[in-house]
Design a protein around this ligand. Structure first.
Ligand SMILES: NC(=O)c1ccc[n+]([C@@H]2O[C@H](COP(=O)([O-])OP(=O)(O)OC[C@H]3O[C@@H](n4cnc5c(N)ncnc54)[C@H](OP(=O)(O)O)[C@@H]3O)[C@@H](O)[C@H]2O)c1
Length: 335
């Protein structure tokens, strides 16, 4: 049986964030990729495949995965924007982390059909071990959010983790050419949508003992830290997410409620297709010559943050692919 010895807490993180690739792909491919990554990541970590690599088998890992699974047992996780990209991968990653632990996932977005497909995929993959409730919800509509919790079946209302992921960008216009409708869509989705969702779910967390308990995980962006030309509205919206998140963490200081922000750099999803109003060739050009992050990369960190010991808050994190060093500094291979 292969064994992994973890010598530092930093390595614990690296091990946790690479775990799902074992489950998602073939054993041999994962093993070699995992070994490669771990060798690069830390010379102090030893990885010893002691049996034939063509058998899928159980890994002995001294920490991390079983504790992470245990911390999700019996929980209900609500993910907005789960019909594609990071939200969809996050639902899958939660399910794969605890496929048999009475985990419930509420997946929401505007595209109901995609949510139904996701639910069917998770039910099949976990043999119905994870329960999934797809709910059509437009976070830019305050009235839909207002009635959301009460519209859930009773047994789905005890939410423990809220992943505020729904978000988008429209266009690359610079002032004074920014379209008023685009401006409204971006702000009502990314900012007021996220705040309204938080306000709808927070009372559930606050009813728990010791001041309340639960996780709010907000998906920000490098754009919220570093504004760039042509991104004025999107950058402003993500800076607002960052400010709101920081205020909230301070407001909830006397509770057990964790407020977490995860800021991705470049991730290849439908994000750029939406930005360019459906023009796939313009979206593809964004990633030309780069190796962007995948939605699975972000999902692993979201689940990692949600499965730390209750006393640990991954308050913020900035995730780049290897070729990126700021919003606009990217290394591109000639194409
Ligand atoms: N991709 C990147 O490079 C990147 C970088 C930094 C941060 N982010 C952030 O990551 C988050 C996820 O984006 P992604 O990259 O995964 O893009 P994506 O593939 O386009 O996914 C966006 C998700 O948000 C949902 N959504 C959009 N408007 C909505 C609304 N009004 N109500 C409910 N759901 C809505 C979409 O579902 P429906 O269309 O079905 O409603 C979709 O499921 C966003 O907050 C984005 O700002 C992305």
């Amino acid at each position: 049986m292969p064994s992994v010895q973890i010598r530092t807490t930093a390595n614990l993180f690296r091990t946790a964030v690479t775990r799902s690739s074992f489950l998602q792909s073939g054993y041999n491919r994962s093993l070699s990729r995992y070994s490669q990554r771990q060798t690069l990541a830390s010379p102090s970590l030893t990885f010893k495949p002691a049996v034939s690599q063509n058998r899928f088998t159980i890994f002995t890992r001294t920490m991390a995965s079983s504790a992470a699974a245990k911390r999700l047992e019996g929980k209900t996780v609500l993910i907005t924007g789960a019909s594609s990209g990071i939200g969809r991968s996050t639902a899958l990653e939660f399910a794969r982390t605890n496929p048999n632990g009475n985990l419930r996932l509420i997946v929401t977005a505007r595209r109901a059909e995609s949510l139904e497909e996701l639910a069917a995929e998770i039910h099949k993959e976990t043999n119905n071990g994870v329960k999934v409730l797809p709910v059509k919800l437009d976070v830019s509509k305050a009235d839909e959010i207002r009635g959301f919790v009460n519209s859930l079946p009773e047994e789905w209302r005890d939410i423990h983790v809220l992943v505020n992921n729904a978000g988008l960008v429209k266009g690359v216009a610079k002032a004074p050419e920014i379209d008023e409708e685009d401006m409204n869509i971006v702000f009502t989705t990314n900012v007021t949508g996220l705040i309204n969702m938080t306000q709808a779910i927070l009372p559930i967390f606050q009813k728990r003992p010791n001041g309340g308990q639960g996780d709010i995980i907000n998906i920000g962006s490098i754009a919220g830290r570093e504004p760039y030309p042509g991104g004025g509205i999107y950058c402003a919206s993500k800076a607002a997410v960052r400010s709101f998140t920081d205020s909230l963490r301070k407001e909830l200081i006397a509770t057990r409620i964790r407020v977490i922000e995860i800021d991705p750099g470049q991730v290849e999803t439908e994000f750029s297709v939406v930005r360019f109003y459906g023009d796939k060739s313009k979206a593809d050009a964004v990633y030309a010559g780069c190796d962007p992050l995948t939605p699975e990369d972000i999902a692993e960190v979201i689940v990692f943050a949600a499965t730390r010991k209750e006393n640990v808050v991954v308050a913020e994190s900035l995730l780049y692919p290897n070729h990126q060093a700021s919003a606009l500094i990217m290394h591109r291979r000639p194409t």
